[in-house]
Design a protein around this ligand. Structure first.
Ligand SMILES: Nc1ncnc2c1ncn2[C@@H]1O[C@H](COP(=O)(O)OP(=O)(O)OP(=O)(O)O)[C@@H](O)[C@H]1O
Ligand SMILES: [Mg+2]
Length: 362
């Protein structure tokens, strides 16, 4: 569907390791990749989704916009981790107009923060929409329970992101959640988006899991695992700087003598992540015994850690495939090197998902 230019947003994924930017033109030709780029951040500027140092992050964003010559100042960005809670809750069937009040009242029991410290948002899920209709048409007796996806985001984190964007001369159009951005990227790139899948994103500081069925999220969880664990392990074991450790991790640097130690770090982290993912998928399997997860779509820079995809597939018995968010975009290969896009694809999932959002969509 074409989106008027004035409503288009720049997808800006502010990760703890790097910031990724994607622009998509939604025109007659379909979805055309207009811009893509990324810029690294110093290791302590953002920690687990919370901005510790505004200035370096804001100047990185400014440089990225300048380098890529991006004109549009309206952005879609996202939060994740402990600053946001995503939960599916069941309510008695209610009219659309009443849901908000009910949620305000009931949210307290689902959220481990003071309710005055969070912004609440919700989305009625498809079964819920039917229940709402039933409640509106025939009163409560015809309606059953309805399901609502509740999203609670900490106000201070939202403020930090607003301030950061303002400092960078940008204006916030949409504030999304990483898990939902990835879900949107999956939906436009999948050959068969209908079905039951697990979307797993392994970044630098966060490991996100989202089990979906026919485009609806069943369960999400973010944990504090990611590639930084490996970088930090290398820094302390090999007494090297952050930059050197990153290089060693990606296969550079001279580590001949300590190759065994490096492999040990990979193995222990990979098995820790796999256990975490397996625990979440076991929980999904026991909560939804009729569903079978067909595939694990993996994204995030750390999905490329040697051995992870194979081991995860072996341990879960579910095929593991890398998510390529660019696969169904129209790409001018003279502007974007296909090999570079293929290499960066897993890291670009959130930013592509964000670039699919527009002002006023829902
Ligand atoms: N080819 C690769 N092999 C292994 N690790 C990689 C590779 N490329 C990137 N990484 C690692 O992936 C991480 C960055 O991934 P990503 O860009 O998804 O994270 P982020 O969005 O910045 O962080 P987060 O979402 O956790 O806050 C870093 O730890 C980086 O070292
Ligand atoms: Mg990320």
């Amino acid at each position: 569907m074409a989106i008027p230019k004035k409503n288009q947003l720049v997808g800006l994924d502010i990760g703890s390791h790097s910031i990724k930017l994607v622009e998509i033109d939604h025109g007659k030709q379909g979805r055309v990749l207009k811009n893509f780029g990324q810029i690294g951040l110093p290791p302590d500027a953002i920690v687990e989704g919370s901005i510790k140092e505004m200035e370096p992050v804001s100047s990185a964003i400014t440089s990225l916009f300048k380098n890529l010559k991006v004109k549009n100042k309206n952005v879609a960005t996202s939060i994740s981790g402990y600053s946001v809670i995503v939960k599916k809750i069941a309510l008695g069937a209610s009219k659309e107009s009443e849901i908000e009040a009910i949620i305000q009242e009931e949210a307290e029991q689902y959220i481990p923060f003071d309710i005055s410290e969070v912004n609440l948002d919700f989305d009625t899920l498809s079964a819920g929409a039917e229940a709402t209709r039933a409640a509106e048409e025939g009163g409560q007796e015809r309606a059953e329970q309805m399901e609502v996806m509740l999203v609670a985001a900490k106000k201070d984190i939202i403020n930090d992101y607003d301030n950061l964007l303002q400092l960078a001369g940008l204006s916030p159009g949409v504030l999304d959640v990483d898990a939902f951005a990835i879900q949107n990227a999956f939906e436009i790139s999948a050959e068969e988006p209908e079905g039951c899948y697990a979307l797993v994103n392994v970044g630098a500081d966060e490991l996100g899991i989202n089990a979906i069925k026919d485009g609806v999220s069943l369960f999400t969880r973010d944990s504090s695992f990611g590639g930084s664990q490996i970088t930090e392990g290398i820094m302390s074991d090999f007494s090297v700087s952050f930059e050197e450790a990153e290089q060693i991790k990606l296969g550079g640097g001279k580590v001949d003598k300590q190759k065994g130690r490096l492999e040990e770090i990979f193995t222990s982290v990979v098995s820790e992540w796999t256990m975490e993912i397996k625990r979440a998928l076991d929980f999904v399997a026991s909560t939804y015994p009729d569903e079978t997860i067909e595939k694990i779509l993996i994204s995030g820079g750390s999905c490329r850690i040697p051995g992870l995809q194979k081991y995860l597939q072996l341990e879960t018995g579910i095929p593991v495939v890398e998510l390529n968010p660019f696969s169904n975009l129209v790409v001018d290969e003279k502007r974007f090197d296909p090999r570079y896009l293929r290499y960066m694809a897993p890291q670009a999932a959130v930013a592509v998902g964000l670039a699919l959002r527009s002002i006023g969509d829902k």
